[in-house]
Design a protein around this ligand. Structure first.
Ligand code: FAD
Length: 328
């Protein structure tokens, strides 16, 4: 069997954008292995498996497993459900998203299936019938090439590294099948979800990220970072650990080794020195812009464009320029 399972993610009953990236990565493996892509949607009854074009991203079949306790990510039940589907489908490979919940889910499934897992993969393919992948290690300083000999081969892919290729889908819409959810004894229960501000983008998924560091001098100045993000229209606000630890910004915005890993098209680091732990979370961004008043700051070593200057002078001018460019 050379079929591949793509484990999608949903929020509030709608599929998240990263689900399409997972299907795209799964499609690449299935093409190499000569099999089909099944996209697994796990959620509460009513979850909308059509809220993203899974077929367009390359899914041949959509498999839906629901239970009322699955409205939010629920570690034990989700892991049991995914593992059961993998056993049922006899897949050659399984692809997860290396998101916050994917990082929790994938290892639990790997343990249940007793197979290894390659996490946070940025490139993958098939060589001589085996899944091979590339993953950044040592805080992004080196790239590790991994060949997975076990079956199924389990990988989690870094968000924003497998852009959806339009029109990749096969002929027609994918078929949909419903399977039973496994509601294992829930040892972890989600009691409350504190939603981010309405309309704000997740830093791990946004195509543009504007991050502020200790150089912003205090939480009262982060409105400049927010204004720049807003001026772009499709940007999220990020932060260094120094400012999160200081309580200036929520942990959900932290980028880096102990925060989120981001791979946006554009990453703007403002008043961030560029410590290795911060670079670990953003060095795979396509274009990096650094604004820092210290010309020797390490962030300039990874930046594609650097502005040596005071953030409080540069940011207002940049906000104005972006607003004008978008208006014109
Ligand atoms: P600083 O290092 O203090 O840098 C501030 C920068 O602002 C300086 O370069 C300065 O020149 C510049 N600046 C000052 N004033 C201005 C101005 N007016 N205009 C323009 N520039 C100005 N860090 C993370 O970010 N993410 C992580 O996930 C993370 N995980 C860690 C895990 C471990 C185990 C450890 C030990 C550390 C971790 N860190 C992490 C912390 C990391 O080592 C740094 O301490 C942190 O990234 C520094 O944050 P910063 O760049 O905002 O602050």
């Amino acid at each position: 069997m050379a079929n591949v399972l793509a484990v999608t993610e949903q929020k509030g009953g709608s599929l998240r954008k990263v689900s399409l990236e997972v299907v795209t990565a799964a499609r690449r493996l299935a093409d190499g292995l000569g099999g089909r892509v099944d996209a697994l949607v796990v959620g509460a009854p009513g979850v909308d498996a059509t809220s993203a074009n899974l077929g367009g991203a390359g899914a041949d079949r959509v498999v839906v497993a629901t239970d009322p306790s699955f409205a939010h990510y629920q570690a034990d039940g989700y892991a049991a459900t995914v593992a059961a589907q993998v056993r049922r489908g006899g897949y050659a490979a399984v692809v997860f998203a290396a998101t916050a919940s994917g990082r929790d889910l994938a290892p639990r499934v790997a343990v249940r299936l007793d197979v290894p897992l390659a996490v946070d993969v940025t490139e993958l393919g098939v060589e001589a019938g085996k899944v091979v992948c590339t993953r950044p290690v040592y805080a992004g300083k080196a790239l590790q090439m991994v060949r997975l000999d076990a079956t199924p081969a389990l990988v989690s892919v870094r968000p924003n590294t497998f852009p959806v290729a339009p029109g990749h889908g096969g002929a027609g819409a994918p078929t949909t099948e419903t399977v039973a959810a496994e509601t294992a004894v829930a040892r972890v229960i989600v009691k409350e979800l504190k939603a981010a501000e309405q309309g704000s983008l997740d830093v791990a998924e946004a195509p543009i990220v504007v991050s502020g560091g200790r150089g912003m001098k205090g939480p009262e100045h982060f409105h400049l970072i927010e204004e720049l993000a807003k001026a772009f229209g499709n940007a999220a606000v990020g932060a260094s650990r120094a400012v999160v630890d200081a309580g200036w910004r929520p942990h959900g915005e932290q980028v880096g080794q102990t925060g989120k890993t981001v791979s946006p098209s554009l990453y703007i680091a403002v008043g961030i020195s560029g410590a290795i732990q911060h670079l670990a979370g953003m060095r795979t961004a396509k274009t990096i812009v650094a604004i820092n008043r210290d010309k020797d700051a390490p962030i300039f070593k990874v930046a594609d464009y650097g502005i040596v200057g005071d953030a409080f002078e540069v940011l207002p001018a940049l906000i104005e320029a972006v607003r004008k460019a978008r208006a014109g």
